[in-house]
Ligand binder design. Structure first.
Ligand code: SAM
Length: 275
């Protein structure tokens, strides 16, 4: 798939998720979002506190994250925060509470249906310091040196041009600004047939890169003090319905054992870096 085909596929997947709140392979997280009580459980598993989840609109949580970047960003009142790939807006609404009325939160997403959903939630719940902009994280619709903090949750793995995303993040951050990104990365390379799968790309796996390569990209964009501030194995059942392992392994022409090994090589890491 070329870069445009990847984006088309990803947008199609998330437009469906935004509209229905539930789709595809059964469980939630990264592309297979579902609403309802399980969504909160999924979010708790990836690092959210129940009291934070209870304090923001339920419609903003489709169980699509893999960490809690807004919770780890040490946000202060008055700061301007940018969320890359804001989806239904969960992290924007959490950030909004932390930066307060003097602060601002901007969510950017390339899927119009996600923006519609996030904007409707903001309107209905009277969030006056949050706005959602349509755009690609490789070409941010944001001015140079205009934000204090960038957060992102389970999105950059979906970009076909990750180095460019980090360069754009560097451009829009003020000097001394910080980047707090939760994402899925790999502990070992994936079997070739799996890395070509469109479905597993949109499910945040096939586009994931090795942890060390991810850190290298952040550094090469100009960031300093790049650190891992949280790391955990990402439960395989949040990537795909494990009952489908035999079927998916047949489709991918790999053994069941190598599919399971690949799913177990996916970890969720939160990185912190400074401009
Ligand atoms: C796995 S979801 C995560 C959503 C949100 N961060 C959350 O945790 O609920 C990925 C989101 O990133 C958006 N996205 C993926 N690639 C993008 C890109 N290149 N530019 C802008 N948005 C993108 C998708 O439209 C989708 O809303």
């Amino acid at each position: 798939m070329n870069k445009e085909e990847i984006k088309k596929q990803v947008r199609k997947r998330y437009s469906r998720t935004a509209a229905t709140g539930s789709s595809c392979c059964g469980t939630a997280a990264c592309g297979c979002g579902q609403s309802g009580p399980d969504t909160r459980q999924v979010s708790q598993k990836v690092g959210y506190e129940l009291e934070d989840l209870a304090a923001v609109p339920a419609d903003s949580n489709l169980g699509l994250g893999c960490g809690n970047p807004a919770g780890l960003a040490e946000l202060k009142p008055g700061e301007t925060v940018l969320d890359l790939g804001s989806g239904p807006g969960l992290d924007c609404f959490l950030a909004s509470r932390r930066v307060g009325p003097e602060g601002r939160v901007i969510g950017v997403d390339m899927t119009p249906e996600m923006l519609d959903r996030a904007r409707a939630t903001a309107r209905q719940n009277k969030y006056s310091n949050v706005e959602f902009r349509l755009g690609e994280i490789e070409n941010l619709p944001v001015a140079d040196r205009s934000v204090d903090v960038i957060i992102s949750n389970c999105v950059i793995n979906l970009s076909p041009d990750k180095p460019r995303v980090f360069k754009e993040a560097f451009r829009v951050l003020k000097d001394g600004g910080r980047l707090i990104v939760s994402d899925l990365v790999l502990t070992r390379t994936l079997p070739e047939n799996l890395s070509k799968s469109k479905e597993l790309y949109a499910a945040c796996v096939a586009g994931a890169v090795l942890k060390d390569d991810y850190i290298k990209m952040i550094r090469e964009a100009g960031f300093k003090e790049v650190k891992v501030i949280d790391e955990k194995l990402f439960p395989a059942e949040l990537i795909m319905d494990l009952k489908k392992v035999p079927q998916v392994s047949r489709q991918l022409k790999i053994t069941e054992a190598s599919l399971v090994e690949a799913l177990n090589s996916v970890i969720s890491v939160t990185f912190r870096a400074v401009k």
